[in-house]
Each structure stands twice: as C-alpha cells, then as structure tokens.
Design a protein around this ligand. Sequence first.
Ligand code: NHB
Ligand code: ZN
Length: 371
Amino acid sequence: MDKKTKRVCYIHNEDILEKCDKLIRIQNRADIVHSLIKAYNLFQHMSIVEPRQATTEELLGFHSTDYISFLQNLDDLSDDEKCGEEAEEFGLVYDCPIQDGVFECASLVGGGTITAGEKLINDESDIAINWYGGWHHAHRDSASGFCYINDVVLGILKLRQKFERVLYIDLDLHHGDGVEEAFCCTNKVLTVSFHKYSAGFFPGTGSVNDTGYSKGRHYTVNVPLLDGLKDDEYNKIFYSVMVQIKDSFQPEAIVCQCGADGLEGDPMKSFNLSTLSLGRCVQYVLSWNKPTILLGGGGYNYINTAKCWAFLTSLAVNKKLSRDIPDHEYFSQYGPDYELGVTVGNRSDNNSQQYLHHIYTQVIDNMKNIK
Ligand SMILES: CN(c1ccc(C(=O)NO)cc1)S(=O)(=O)c1ccc(-c2ccccn2)s1
Ligand SMILES: [Zn+2]
C-alpha cells in the first residue's frame, strides 16, 4: 500500500443520515458531522459508498435468532408489549428505547460497516470510514448503551473472511464491552480498549485484569483510565501499548472505533482531551499501512464530534485542513472562535504518573504471552 495517498471510501447516503439523525440520543449529529466534512471539500478525495441493509444471515453471524426476530417485528408490538418483559429481556428499555424505525436504522448502519469491510477485503480501498457506525455496546442477544446492532462485530467478521489476524482498537470514552465479549475466546481478533473505568460508570467492565479466555487469553487488552486525562498522557500510554501490540500480534487489518465522548466539552465530563490526541492515535495506526476501518461511536457535544471526525477524515486522505471553520449551514454553532481545534480545560488530572505506570506494567505483563 502506498504510504502517502491511500484509497479512502466513505460510507454515506441521505437515507442513513436521515435515519441516524432520528435516533433519540444523537438527534441531528449525523447532519452536523456530514456538513462539516462536506464544507471542507473532503469528498473530492474519497469515494462515497452507499450502505445497504445487513442481511438477516449477516446479523445472525453475531446476534441471536430470538433477538433479531424480536427487532424485526417491533412494528407488530402493542404499546404495552414495547414496555413489557420481553422488551426488557432484550435490553430495549431506558437507554435503548423502541423508537420508530430503529431496526431499519441499526441494520443499515450494520450493513454500512459490513460494506466498509467488503471494500477492504476486495482490495478496492485501503481505508474505509463509517462515522454512522461504532455501536460497540450491543450484545449478542440484547441492546445496550444506545446500541442495538453491533456493527463493529459485523465489520470484524467480514474482515476475518480474508484476514487471519484482525486488531480492534476502541478509543471511545466507554469500554467496548460488546466487541470484547464477541471475541474474548479467540486469538484471531485482538481487542484493545482505552476507556474510563470507575465505580458506577457505564458499562462497568474493562478492568485491566480482564484479558480474555481459553484461546483468547491475553488477546483482550484493557487500559482503564480516570477522569481528567489529558492529551500527552493519553498519547504516551496509547503509543507504549500499541507498539507492543503491533510487534507481538502483527495485525493484517484494523478496526478503530473513534468515539469522541472523551473530548473536553462533552456532556460526559470525563476526559480532558483535544482532537489532537485522537488524531495522533489514528495517524499512528494509519502509519502501519494496514487495511483499516474507522468508525464513529459516542460524542454528545455534536460540534466537537464534527470537528474530531472531520480532522480524522483529513488524516485519512492526507489533506491539511484550514484552522478556520468554513462557512456552511451550521457555521454559527462553531462560535465563539470558529476554529477547528477543541480547547482543553484546566481540570485536575486524576491519572497520576504512578497510576499510569502501574496500568502500563500490568498491560505489558498481560500481553507477554501474545505470539
Ligand atoms: C446508558 N449510558 C450510556 C451508554 C453508552 C454511552 C456511550 O457513549 N458509549 O460509547 C454513553 C452513556 S449512561 O447510563 O451512562 C447515560 C445515559 C445518558 C447519559 C447522559 C445524557 C446526557 C448527558 C450526560 N449523560 S449517560
Ligand atoms: Zn461512549
């Protein structure tokens, strides 16, 4: 693969954008993200690829028959059934409410990430981007954390049709529990998640001691972090863990979930990151020159999320962006500075040097058996 100009495809059409914009937890985020990337004229450097609905067979490649058939028949449910025991059994309550068209949206997002994987295994693209995807909490038989269908798992399964070893990297503020669970018993997919880990914080999993099972032992890597994390510390531990993973696992393809809810200014009020640290992580991974899928995820400050994913898109196409936000429909929401950067706060960082060193040594020790 040419080290500089890579073939980048971008999963998009108006249908997936409109469907995602109706999702209760991220209403109108998709249009804000898409509009900024368009305003920076980045589409001229990528091929736009339309998503398709994931087939039932593809969905059943990970999810259970009962769960998928329940999702496929939501329209037949009465209002009582939509709040009933069975809905609760499938996690379709609280943060994963049954809303009109949710299955069509989730399976289109799933089909989008599968399509991204197809472009890579057919050697038609080097990098495939699906900012509508990254729904890493969905379990085999239940929705969780705003996630209904785990498009990340479906994309990895597609890549595994060609690639022997696939690396999954989760940069979201939250632990990528659904993806880790899917591949915790195999040594063909290594999952590494950098996330906030503290009492009562969703989803509550992702301890450094969780390292996988059976053949998958040591192929689950968790890097638990604390509030206030800043760019430099994040990048230091990211590089030190990832260089080890690169050398010992030698991935043939990569999926990177780029959730933006760790940025300063996100309503989650946890990490204190700028887009630069996520950019450095992605740039390092892209420098490996392996077929890579970039996915979205969390990100509840929509303006910051748009800045982040526009910046990451620019890294994929190797084009420098102006610091000044270009004029476009949402320009007025980028005030008061109207600049691409995300300013970090001066909150205290709970991640002491001792803590980070302790986590690093445990992670490296856990990985020493990867071969
Ligand atoms: C269900 N929860 C999740 C699940 C997943 C995520 C996520 O982004 N995962 O990547 C975020 C919150 S939760 O219980 O922590 C919350 C629900 C609503 C939350 C909220 C809503 C607005 C502002 C701040 N927090 S947090
Ligand atoms: Zn998140």
